[in-house]
Each structure stands twice: as C-alpha cells, then as structure tokens.
Design a protein around this ligand. Structure first.
Ligand code: SF4
Length: 563
C-alpha cells in the first residue's frame, strides 16, 4: 500500500507578504493591533491557557504556522467567558475563530482523579485556578459564535480531539455527545492541526464557504446522509465484520450511535475499538456516528508531517517567552517546559490508557538533528536565566526518535494497534544509534552543561540497545530516572497493552550495571497505575507485595483517571 501524501505545508504562496503579518508577539488587545497597523485579524485564536510563545504551547504553534502562511493572527487568552464581551476584544476575524481549551483538557486541569477541585492551574499566570470554565471548548465556541454571528468557528486542541465522538466523561460519570454538535462549531480539527488549520484558512481566504469544507483529513463536521459515491460499512453492532480493504477513499464506517453507546457499555467499547482501528493514515476510512438526526462525520486522520515540515514548524520565530502583558508573573507550565525540547511526535506503543496515539497518531514524526540542535542554541541564546541545563530532550516517548516500521508500504497497510505489544514486531527498526549520536552532539553544543532525558523511556525498546542504556545512565540521568512499568501482574498489563514486568527487570539490571560502570549512584523510580479497568484486588495485593519485596515505599498514590 502506498503511504498517503499531502500538499507541502508551506507550499502555496503566502496570503499576505511577510511584512504585513510580522508581529513579535501576536496581539492580545486592540491597542497592540493598532501599533501593528492592523485594522483586523484574519484568524483569532481563543485559548484557555496564558499565551506563551513557545513551540510547546498549541496557540503559539498554530499562530506561527498561520503567520508563516501570510495570515494575521490575534490571540484571546483565558477570556472572561461569562458573556461574549471579551470575545469581541479584537473585533471580528476576517476568516475564523480557532477555539481550543488549551494544552490540557479543562476537566483534567480542574479536577483531581478523586474529583476534587485543584487549587492551582499551571497554565495561568501566578498558577491561579479559576481562569477557564469547565468544558472550555464548548463554552468558548458558543461565546465566539455569539460575539460575531456568521463568523466560522473551528474547534481543535486536545479537548476537542479526544472528545470527537461520544465519550465517557469521568467527572459527570456519563457518556457525553461528541463536542462538535454541542459546541455548534463549523468544523472540529483533531490530531496535530497544522495541515488542517492552514487548509481551512487558505480555502476560506479564497472565498469558499465553510460548509463546503467537508473533505479535509483530520477534521470532523455534521451532516445528514451519505455523500454521492460513498458506501457505508456498518460497524454499529458487534456481529458486523468489515471488509478491511474495501475502497477506502469512498467508504465510511458507521459506529454505534450515541444513543446506543449511552446505554450499552459493550457497544461503547466496540465504537472505541473501531475508531482506534481507523487511526493509521495509510489505510484509515472515514467514520460516522449518529447524534440525533445528524451524523458526526470524521474524515481520516491527517497525513503525518515530514521531517522537513516538522523542522519548518519548530524553526518558526517563537520568542520563547510569555506575552509581555503578564509582566513578572510566573507561569508554572512555562517555567517547567522552557528548557526542554520536543524531538518528535506520535507513539506506536498503543497503550490503552494513553491518549497520545488517539491524538497524535502512531507514526513517529521526527525533527532533524540539525533542527533540534538549533533549538538548543535558541534556548541558550533566548531564554532568560538559562543556566546551561536542558531539562528534557524527549517527546511523547524518550526513545522513539527515528524508530519506524522498516517499510513505509507495510506501515501504510498495517492495522495493528501497537508495534510493541504483545512483542516487538519483527518489522520494527529498533536501532537507537541515531538517538545516541543526537545525545552526544547535544552535549557538545557550546554553553550546554547538562542534557537530561526526563520523558518516559520505553524500556522494552531500550533493552534492545545496551549502548543506549549505557549512554543514558552515564550522561542523561540526574540521580533518578522515572520509569513506568504500570503494573506487575500480567492480566492488567495485557489490558493496558504493556509488556510484562520481566521486561522492566531486565532494563533495571542493565541500568544499574551501566550506572555502576559510570561510577554513579542512581536509581529507577517506577510508576504504577492503580485501579486500571480490569484490575482486581488480588492484582493490587500482588503489586503491593512486589513493592515490599523490592523495598519500595509508595511516594504518592493516584487512581486511574479515564480521560
Ligand atoms: S512495525 Fe509491525 S506493527 Fe508496526 S507498522 Fe510495521 S508491521 Fe505494523
């Protein structure tokens, strides 16, 4: 099967010349727009987070990408949602409101897994809680619509992406509808959004009506009936089996309706499983799910960014600091992330409790070595108070950079939910040497004293490369390495699609040996999940015994939070 391709991200000519969109920080007030000589913005991004101009913050990435393509971008960060007034702050956008809850789902941001209200918010100046509503994407979308009727509203970000079909909401203990009909947005962007947001902006700028943008990968919209030429494959009940290689471009898979998954947990699980089967951009089909008398129609996932495109996104002129309006107030998430570098996106692990694959997909999107090293220099040169320590060189997983299926054709045809469960697929290239080289070069950048790896190490992959474990232990661990075996018992581990505890123990032996060889006293801190679905009291008892035998005392206990 041929891997899917897409128009290059910045291929088409820019909408406006660069000097018309130049903005060191995107404006958050009318006065800033006036200073730039703008009478209007093309796109206004509404977000639940404080505006930080760093590639770890969604609004900054989308803003810079749109700016590079020649659009004027304004940002409304953490608006007062009690009326539409604050949403009128920058006037009406020429093209659309882009609405996101922020980097976290607003319910995860607000509540602990015990459903207690959190007292702080890391994405807010001063760490203050209460600056965003529950279900922020719904509230912001409705207020944006109210502010300027007739302006298209596009929702995206993690909250919209993970709530794109009927979904279980832990906090209300209910199955909720897709956020698309309830937000009344015109389009929902899911997954990494660069391709979609640029295509939407360009098509609207060319005069197309938002209602006709129905063919864009990585988006969802509401419709009635099938488009001409499409065949419906019924997966709305358990008996129905799909023909895996039916004409994918013109077939759509019908999931069980919202009304059915609301009442029947088996059908709910079936809908979720079917959606996960359709996440490989190489062979995924469109999905539909009935909500009342309309369907939520999900086009297949976006085509992953190439390394050149990833570099182009990360090389955009981020200022790497919060908007000056925040003054000296601390934004905890910024302080935590400002010296860390994301080297890739996606994860092929497929762990059932994790949202990365559902959001970013399981094809790894790699930055080039040069781009990563450039960002280290940028941090060194631009980040106030930088002391020479890179706090993390990682990503969704520390050690999947440059790992992939050995054949793009096989990868495009593959329907497996994981490349590493139940065992490492023989087609997976597990060569860690490019990553080892990257670590070595990162340490040699002038002005850099230490480079830590704080992202989760996939230890079942790491043990395939003793040289990697040695490099990690000798140079990139600050005394403790957090690692996530998640459980000790095979039953819950198999439900999580995680390897057995033997794999962790093998890594532990290698890590300890490498640490001794490096003359370092350092330890693994294992993380476990309590109360994952399918876990019994006996499983938890055995886990407790394992901890005791291994002389661990739990530092913090948090039950599983399904989000
Ligand atoms: S490595 Fe194996 S599981 Fe992963 S995409 Fe290739 S064939 Fe599929």
């Amino acid at each position: 099967m041929t891997p899917p391709t897409a128009e290059p991200l910045f291929g088409p000519p820019p909408h406006r010349p660069p000097d018309e969109t130049a903005a060191r920080h995107f404006p958050m007030t009318r006065a800033e727009m006036d200073a730039l000589g703008w009478d209007s913005c093309d796109v206004i991004i509404v977000t639940g987070d404080a505006y930080v101009d760093l590639p770890s913050f969604g609004m900054a990435v989308m803003g810079r990408v749109l700016q590079k393509a020649g659009f004027r971008v304004g940002i409304i960060a953490q608006p007062d949602w009690h009326s539409a007034e604050d949403f009128r702050r920058l006037g009406a956008p020429n093209l659309f409101f882009g609405v996101t809850a922020g980097n976290m789902d607003s319910m995860v941001n607000h509540y602990t897994s015990e459903r207690k209200i959190r007292s702080n918010d890391s994405y807010t100046p001063g760490g203050l809680a209460g600056k965003r509503p529950n279900h922020a994407v719904l509230v912001y979308a409705q207020r944006s619509r109210e502010a300027f009727k007739g302006v298209p509203v596009i929702i995206g970000g993690i909250e919209a992406s993970l709530r794109r079909i009927a979904h279980y909401d832990y906090w209300s203990d209910k199955v909720r509808r897709s956020v698309l009909p309830d937000s009344k947005a015109d389009l929902l962007v899911y997954g990494n959004g660069e391709r979609q947001i640029l295509a939407i902006a360009r098509r609207l700028a060319a005069g197309e009506a938002v209602g006709t943008i129905t063919d864009l990968r990585g988006t969802a919209y509401m419709r009635r009936g099938l488009p001409a030429g499409f065949t419906e494959l019924d997966a709305s009940n358990l008996e129905q089996s799909l023909q895996p290689f039916a004409d994918r471009d013109h077939s759509v898979v019908r999931l069980p309706a919202y009304d059915e998954v609301l009442k029947d947990e088996i059908l709910y699980a079936h809908a979720s499983r079917t959606m996960h089967l359709e996440t490989n951009p190489g062979n995924a089909r469109a999905l539909v799910q009935r909500h009342g008398d309309r369907d939520v129609w999900l086009n297949p996932p976006p085509v992953p960014l190439t390394s050149e495109e990833m570099d182009a996104v990360f090389d955009l002129p981020y200022t790497r600091v919060p908007h000056p309006a925040y003054g000296r107030q601390k934004i905890p998430a910024y302080d935590m992330i400002k010296n860390s570098i994301n080297i890739m996106r996606g994860c092929f692990g497929g762990c059932t409790f994790c949202s990365i694959t559902e959001h970013e997909g399981r094809i790894i999107q790699n930055r080039s070595e040069e781009s990563i090293l450039r960002e280290i220099e940028n941090i060194r040169d631009k980040t106030p108070g930088f002391t020479g320590v890179i706090s993390d060189l990682g990503g969704p997983t520390a050690n999947m950079w440059r790992l992939a299926c050995k054949s793009p054709q096989i990868e495009a045809a593959c329907r497996k939910p994981s490349c590493v469960f139940p065992d490492i697929c023989p087609n997976l290239n597990t060569d860690h040497s490019p990553l080892i080289q990257l670590y070595r070069k990162a340490r040699q950048v002038p002005g850099i004293k230490r480079v830590f790896v704080a992202s989760g190490v996939r230890y079942d992959l790491a043990v395939e490369s003793p040289e990697y474990v040695a490099e990690l232990a000798e140079h990139h661990v600050g005394g403790y390495l957090k690692i996530a075996p998640e459980h000790t018992e095979n039953r819950p581990l198999s439900m999580m699609m995680k390897p057995g505890i033997g794999s962790y123990e093998r890594f532990k032996r290698m890590f300890e040996k490498a640490s001794r060889a490096a003359g370092k006293k350092q330890y693994l801190i294992p993380y476990f999940i309590a109360a994952h679905p399918g876990t019994t009291d006996r499983d938890m008892l055995n886990l407790a015994l394992w901890l005791k035998q291994n002389r661990f005392r739990p530092d913090q206990v948090q039950t599983f939070l399904p989000s």
